[in-house]
Design a protein around this ligand. Sequence first.
Ligand code: SUG
Length: 460
Amino acid sequence: MAAQEANFDGIVGPTHNYSGLSFGNVASSASKANISNPKQAALQGLGKMKALLDLGLVQGVLPPQERPDVASLRRIGFRGSDHEIVIQAGKTDPAILAAASSASSMWAANAATVSPSADTADGKVHFTPANLSNKFHRSIEADTTSRALQAIFRDPARFAHHAPLPSNASFGDEGAANHTRLCAEYGGPGLEFFVYGRRAFYPEKAAPAPEPTKYPARQSLEASQAIARLHGLSPENALFAQQDPGAIDAGVFHNDVAGVGNKNALFYHEEAYADRKGVPAALRERFKRITKQDLILVEVPSDAISIERAVRSYLFNSQLISLPGSDKNEMMLIAPEECEQDSAVKSYLETVLLPDPRQPIRKVRYFNLKESMRNGGGPACLRLRVVLTPEEIRGCNPKALLNEALYAQLVSWVERHYRDRLLPSDLADPALLDESRSALDELTQLLGLGSIYPFQISRP
Ligand code: SUG
C-alpha cells in the first residue's frame, strides 16, 4: 500500500475558555469573556475526527496540555503550593493566569512542521515543534508538544525529532499552519511551500512587501528556512513566499486562513501572497519540475469572496482531503458550518466551485466546530498532517490512532471529566487544576503515552 496522509487532531483540553489572548486573531478578540463549553468543544472535535475515520482516512489524536501551567507560573515568580499559586495568580494577575490556562494546544496545525520521508535527505519523517514565540500562552506549548510527538512517532529508525527553534521573534515559528506540501502522490517527491510574514535579518535585502502595520506577522522567513535546513530538504524542494501584509491586517494571522493545499491542488484567496502573480507562477513551475505534472491552482478572487468574508467564514481553513478509494483524484472540503451559514460563501462553493470540472474538489461537508471557531480555530487548525508509509504507520504508537473503540473511550472520558461551562474567572478555581490533572493522567494511560506532563514528571 502507498503512503497516505494521516491527520492528528488536538483533543480540546478541559480549560478551553475565551480570554481574548490572540491579538491579530479577530475571533479570539471578539469572543473575550464569553462563556465556553469545554465538554462541547472536545466532543465537536472528536466528532470531526470520527467522521474522517469513517471516510477511510488514518486519524490520530494529540493530547491536550497540563493547564493551568503551574510550572510557567513558578518560573515567573509565583510561590507556594500549586493551589496557592493558582489562587494568587487569579487574584493579582488574572490575565497571566488566563494565558497559563489556555487550551490552545488543540490547534495542532501549530504543533509542529512535518516533512515526509520522501522529501528528506535521510529518508526519515522530520518533526520540528513550533516555538509559537509570538504569544506567551502559545510559547509554553513546545516542550510538552515535543514529548507528545516523541511518544507517538516513536521509532527512531523512521522519525527524526528536532528541538523547537530558539524562542525569539527572529525565529518565530507557527508550525504547519504556514506550510503546505504539494505532490503528485503522497509517497513521491513533494514541493514544501513555506509562507512567512516577515523577514527578521538582512533588512537591506528588499522583501516583496512591507510588514503588516496593524497586527503582528508571527512567522519569520528565517524560521521557515531553518526548518527546511533541519529537515534536510533540497533547495529544489522548498519554496518560500511572503504573506500579503494586508491579509495579516485583515485577520489572516496564519496562512492557513487564506489557503489550503492537497496533493496537486492549491485552493487559495487572491490576496493570500504578497506577490500575487509571482507566487502562483513559481509554484506552478517548481511543481512541474519536481513531479512532471501540472499544479491545479484554484484561486478565489476578492470580488467573489472578500478577504474579510474569508476570515469571517474560515472558508480556507477547511481541510482539503483526497477521498480514499477514489482513483480519480477526487477531493473533499471539510468546512466549518460558518461557511454554510454565509450565503455568499455557500453559493460560491455550491454554484461556482463544485461544478467547475477543471478543479478536483467534488464535495463539501460542513462541521459544527463553533467552540473552537470562536477562538479562531477551524477544521484545518485542529489537525496536524503527517504523510506516512505503511511501515511508518507501524512505527507509531498504535494507541494514538483512532478507531471505533478509542473514539467511544474518549467520548466517555470527556463526558466524565469536562465541565460544560467555563468563564475566565473560573480559571482561578484550584479544583479545575485537579480535575484537569486527573483527566490527563487517565488519558496518558488510554493513549499509552507514559509521563509527558510536568505534574507527572515531577511526581516522586
Ligand atoms: O494562535 N487562538 C489560536 C488559534 C490558532 C488557529 N490555528 C491555525 N490557524 N492554524 C491562535 O491565535 C485564542 C485563545 C484565547 O483567546 O483564549 C488562540 O490562541
